[in-house]
Design a protein around this ligand. Structure first.
Ligand code: PLP
Length: 412
């Protein structure tokens, strides 16, 4: 199909051209005396993205799933007790991993469309007088349902219960798109991947560990090898890796971080919020509902849209892909067929999203959903026009001359 594919799954996300170019590199010696210049700058700058001064960043050749495993196996002992909440496919998969690794998991079953329940977490921690619970694990942004949990509230719940368990947070689809405050929330293990807000291909599992987590890893008895923090720390301290790193991904990460810092993290978060609000305005205009049950759960990186009874969401996605070259996210497991998702994270702007909203609108009409063509695009466009965050500025003399040339009104 001609033209660009419109990639609107919630990861992998669009990669900026300059990041693609930065990854187009010849191979080099990863043990050279120059190589640490690159790696050290990545460790330092990733800390800024996690908003931590005290945390230690690990970059594993892996993905978010490997980051989960690294976090759990390094810092816990076999059979340790964990508290986790299931409210979507990714929180489910993390629970599944913890159980398969033999941890004793206390699971809160939540509605898919809600987030982690701080009150219940506090209750179970208060009841744990002997401090048998070693970790509370929360998925910050549940990509399957478009729900963002309140990590600050979970931390408050832990503090209220005066419980020493460590806080494990999955920031796979929030980091570098939704504000993440590792130090302020006193997150012990933050986990992410390269293919979402960091605008890179999949291939890196990124973990940030607090000093308390590093101490736990030094004493943890859980068997691990490839993901061992200790091996990484030893090599990383001098700017190297205990194995052969992926050079293109690391060079790409350098450029992706430059892109993020040039925009400024706060502007990145504000842009994601604005883009998400436009999508939500479109959904309202279509007369459809979000999977996220209440505004407090709305995600700024992915919107999961429920399709009407009798319609299969997978059908919308397939028509969008085959007919309009638009990739939308599918409903996963429990919500398969019930919804489709628009991912709005990474390297995106308003017009790109209007294209995706337009494509979704056409695909929905094609499969028999009663939506008025143009209604969602119009609502989003209206929102984007009226909420333009660019401060009004004086037009320069040069711009006036340029505009006059192009409209033919300048006589000289
Ligand atoms: N956690 C969340 C919230 C995710 O969205 C994903 C993947 O989309 C994962 C974990 C798993 O990450 P990966 O596919 O990079 O292993």
């Amino acid at each position: 199909m001609q033209g660009r594919n419109f990639l609107f799954v919630p990861g992998p996300t669009n990669i900026p051209d300059r990041v693609l170019r930065a990854m187009h590199v010849a191979m080099e010696d990863h043990r050279s005396s120059k190589f640490p210049e690159l790696t050290m700058s990545l460790f330092e700058d990733l800390k800024k993205v996690f908003k931590t001064e005290k945390g230690k960043v690990f970059i594993f050749p892996s993905s978010g799933t490997g980051g989960w495993e690294a976090a759990l196996t390094n810092t816990l002992n076999p059979g340790d007790k964990l508290v986790m909440s299931r409210f979507g496919q990714f929180s489910h998969l993390w629970i599944d991993m913890a159980e398969r690794l033999g941890f004793d998991v206390h699971v809160f079953e939540c509605e898919w469309g809600e987030g982690a329940p701080p009150e219940k977490i506090e209750e179970v921690l208060r009841a744990d007088k002997e401090h048998k619970i070693k970790g509370v694990c929360v998925v910050h942004n549940e990509t399957a349902t478009g729900v963002t949990s309140d990590i600050a509230a979970v931390r408050r719940a832990m503090d209220n219960a005066k419980h020493p368990a460590m806080l494990y947070v999955d920031g796979v689809s929030s980091l570098a798109s939704i504000d993440f405050r590792m130090d302020e929330w006193r997150v012990d293990l933050a986990i992410s991947g390269s293919q979402k807000g960091l605008m890179l291909p999949a291939g890196l599992g990124i973990v940030c560990a607090s000093p308390k987590a590093i101490e736990a890893s030094a004493n943890g008895k859980f068997p691990r090898c490839y993901f061992d923090f200790a091996d990484m720390i030893k090599a990383n301290n001098t700017g190297y890796f205990p194995y052969t790193p992926s050079l293109p991904l690391l060079y790409g990460m350098r450029e992706a971080l430059n892109v993020l810092f040039e925009e400024g993290l706060d502007n990145v978060f504000a842009r994601h919020h604005r883009l998400a609000e436009g999508v939500r305005a479109a959904v309202k205009a279509w007369g459809l509902k979000l999977c996220a049950k209440e505004p407090k759960w709305y995600s700024d990186t992915v919107t999961a849209i429920l399709v009407p009874e009798g319609i299969n969401g997978a059908h919308v996605i397939d028509v969008a892909f085959r007919r309009y070259n638009l990739a939308l996210g599918a409903g996963l497991s429990k919500v398969a067929g019930k919804l489709f998702r628009i991912g709005h994270l990474g390297d995106l702007n308003e017009l790109m999203l209007l294209g995706a909203i337009g494509g979704a609108e056409m695909a929905m009409a094609d499969v028999g959903i009663d939506v008025k063509l143009g209604s969602g695009v119009g609502a989003a466009a209206d929102y984007y026009r009226k909420s333009d965050p660019i401060p009004k500025r004086k037009v320069s003399r040069q711009e006036v001359i340029y505009a006059s040339h192009s409209t033919g009104t300048l006589s000289s």
